[in-house]
Design a protein around this ligand. Structure first.
Ligand code: AMP
Length: 273
């Protein structure tokens, strides 16, 4: 595995390779969720590039970037073991300059759900993803369905900016008890981790209602909020795949999304029906 930190060196290395390239952008502290993205990329491409970059611009002013888990050596080891071809490991100075051209998230879809409480978050996500896609110019890039709004906005960016990459959505990987894997789970105390199981339980209860043909969004969100109680809920929403509100679940075109705060940790999850 090659480890490269300079964008220009990476561009040079990948130039004229004439291979299909699968790209998996991450912020490190790799877990089985990231690994499933990498494995899918490996299956579908000749060469896999993984980036590990803790992107400062997607953290809002009140959020603690320094607290984010860092496991650089373990991450390198994991990437090597699972057959990553190139690990892109840039520093902040390799990616950002002081005075920058800026990319803004769309004014509506970037400021609902997670964007409503993290106003600059998606500007930072889209900016860094665009930079990374421009550096790697992959055939396909892999993103988790767990971050459904991020996936939606990145797909929108690629379409609206006429970028030549296929975005591949990958299913959420969970612990055996239902908790969606997240680098942030390590912040949870034992009691908080137990409380966090209410998130997947609420989504499970929604799935059961839908299987009984109860499709009304108000009824489903009411039940989900009961299951989530007494957690601090940011939102429970039933949307179509274009992120528009649905009054009724439409099978094959629905995402049910939840975000809560447990202690100081924000956790999000969703199911696609
Ligand atoms: P992050 O390092 O948190 O920026 O995540 C990098 C990529 O991994 C993103 O596309 C996430 O959506 C994806 N991801 C994070 N957690 C999971 C999970 N539990 N299952 C599948 N993909 C995930």
């Amino acid at each position: 595995m090659k480890i490269i930190s300079s964008p220009l060196e990476l561009k040079k290395y990948l130039k004229n390779k004439n291979l299909s390239i699968g790209f998996v952008p991450t912020m490190g502290a790799l877990h089985d969720g990231h690994i499933s993205l990498i494995k899918k990329a490996k299956k579908q491409n000749d060469l896999v590039v993984v980036s590990i970059f803790l992107n400062p611009t997607q953290f809002c002013k009140n959020e603690d970037l320094d607290k984010y888990p860092k496991k650089d050596e373990a991450d390198k080891h994991i990437c090597k073991l699972i057959g990553v071809g190139v690990l892109f490991f840039p520093q902040i100075k390799d990616i950002y300059e002081d005075d920058e051209v800026s990319l803004m998230a769309p004014k509506i879809r970037g400021y609902v759900l997670e964007g409503s409480t993290r106003p600059s978050h998606f500007n930072g996500v889209l900016t860094v993803v665009q930079k990374l896609l421009n550096i790697v110019t992959p055939t396909k890039a892999y993103f988790g369905k767990k971050d459904a709004q991020q996936l939606n906005l990145i797909s929108l960016m690629v379409k609206q900016l006429f970028m030549s990459v296929e975005i591949v959505a990958v299913d959420t990987v969970r612990e055996s008890d239902g908790l969606a894997l997240s680098s942030r789970n390590c912040y949870l105390s034992t009691k908080e981790r137990q409380d966090a199981l209410k998130i997947s339980a609420s989504l499970h209860s929604a799935g059961i209602m839908v299987s009984k043909n109860i499709l009304n969004s108000d009824e489903i969100t009411k039940k989900m909020k009961e299951v989530l109680s007494p957690l601090e809920i940011f939102y429970v929403e039933i949307l179509n795949r274009d992120f528009e509100q649905l009054s009724q679940v439409e099978i094959g075109n629905t995402i049910i999304l939840v975000e809560v705060k447990i202690g100081t940790t924000r956790l999000l999850d969703n199911i696609w029906l």
